[in-house]
Design a protein around this ligand. Sequence first.
Ligand code: 13P
Ligand code: 13P
Ligand code: MG
Ligand code: MG
Ligand code: MG
Length: 362
Amino acid sequence: SKLTLSVIKADIGGCVGHTNVHPELSRIAREHIEKNKEMLIDYYITHVGDDIQLIVTHRGGIDNEEIHKLAWDMFYACADKAKEMKLYGAGQDLLEDAFSGNIKGMGPGIAEMEFEERRSEPVIIFMADKTEPGAWNLPLYKMFADPFNTIGLVIDPSMHKGFKFEVYDMIDHKYVIFETPEEMYDLLVFIGATGRYCIRKVYTKDNEIAAVSSTQRMNLMAGKYIGKDDPVMIVRCQNGLPAVGEVLEPFAKPHLVAGWMRGSHFGPMIPVSLKEAVPTRFDGPPRVSALAFQLAEGKLIGAQDLFADVAFNNARQKALDIADYMREMGPFEPHRLPLNELEYTTMPGVMEKLQDKWIVED
Ligand code: 13P
Ligand code: 13P
Ligand code: MG
Ligand code: MG
Ligand code: MG
């Protein structure tokens, strides 16, 4: 039967502030899964910044209630401890009190895919902190549609046909499919607007799943600012799909993403090892880590920390230089997000307080 790979993440309290996960929470997460792993083939728990990621393999399919509940209960157990330790923003991403069938729309982010495990199945789990799902658009486009990034599109006959992109409208909750290379200009009309449209899935032209991202926008769900979504993404590699190095290559050129301090600033996405995934400067800059596995009958083999490679040092330096430059602008756009994006922060409260000072001209 088919294998399901699910990645479910949540911020259930930072230590200190929004920088990191306390080891005690990771311990409780592991303990919870160890006690309740009947349905799982394998699991791996890690964290990037203040977000905990649960990576599981199973045969239950996507949107599986038991798997979602397992993750929810794990985060809930962690949140209890976080509250006791008075960690920062304890229970931050758990928007509901009780689990109701599917973790989607309840706060935690989720990316999952079901597929037939190939003869060799390399997968990469990307995990970001201090940013939102639209951050994956540019790198996904480069991986699957840009021959200057992915030479396989040109020289590998099994990739030469191109790919299909499922683009999700996070405001009107609808989706559309574009095929590349034929419709790449149409695709770019939407995915360039990263605050609204995001690439939710990528398929081969034979409808084989290649990539899945977590796509909710929590602030839109909660109607108020509760941090950024800090999205995750799964990408399968090799054999008709981009090679591992082609999947990583977009991150060698740091792009600007929304997030950073108070979720209200554009900043460069810096690729880092898991050890360096502790954002502190102005609560950032936004960062991404990449953890990779070879799957073997669903077992998670390897756990390679891909951005630990020195070859990403120049990208890191460039991102740091961009961070310095962006920070010089302080509270001014385009470092600060535009007003419509600040709607779900604490900004509207300030605007309201100043309402009466305005003198209207006719
Ligand atoms: P190796 O010879 O190291 O296996 O590399 C193969 C390859 O195609 C790298 O992109
Ligand atoms: P998180 O979404 O990572 O909790 O970040 C929130 C924030 O406001 C950082 O300044
Ligand atoms: Mg936080
Ligand atoms: Mg976070
Ligand atoms: Mg967050």
